[in-house]
Design a protein around this ligand. Sequence first.
Ligand SMILES: Cc1cc2nc3c(=O)[nH]c(=O)nc-3n(C[C@H](O)[C@H](O)[C@H](O)COP(=O)(O)O)c2cc1C
Length: 201
Amino acid sequence: MTTVSGLPTPTAYEHLFTEAHTVSAFDGPPVTDAQLQQAYDLMKWGPTAMNITPLRVLVLRSAQARARLALHMSEGNRNKTVAAPLTLVAATDTRFHAHLPVLAPHRAELAVTLEGAPERRESMAHKSGLIQVGYLIVALRAAGLHVGPMGGFDAAGVDTEFFSGSGWRSLLVLNVGNAAAPDGVRPRAARLRFEDTYTEL
Ligand SMILES: Cc1cc2nc3c(=O)[nH]c(=O)nc-3n(C[C@H](O)[C@H](O)[C@H](O)COP(=O)(O)O)c2cc1C
């Protein structure tokens, strides 16, 4: 649904952006597989370079699984990760080129070149993987969930723990659930003004 200005309805954009918060403490019902699927079915449409869609997601639901991750979280992020109902490790697949015949049939032949160009693959996977993490955060909100993204973790440790031999590289850890209001939310900090962010030549 859109307004006459072409923007989504206030309810939608408030829910996704202006009223949405980063959350660190959770409560309420568990996160369902249906909610994860719903978020994926929105996130997957966001654009990536050549449609390579390199984001891969490790779902850690059990206490044992999250305890393995907690070893690699920075101290400030450890307890909230252990306490979260569900944690996602957002990673990027540096071997994304195996899927080019399906995802970019017009560039399928590039898979051969990319096989011999690991640095180019790392760079492409990093850039498009990170932009997909942004889509994922907003898509999880659209699926009715709250998210606590965290960059404070030992990425090399996480990669050895979970992704050995796969070509996946961890990008961001996301705690996911329903906010334990009001404890789970820090007061909103300011944002820069449009004039401080945009410049026009
Ligand atoms: C890439 C990224 C890394 C972050 N790393 C951490 C982190 O390591 N620990 C933490 O507590 N919050 C982390 N955050 C949460 C941010 O501090 C939070 O999203 C930001 O302050 C905006 O808060 P708001 O959504 O409540 O306005 C991270 C967020 C992003 C997007």
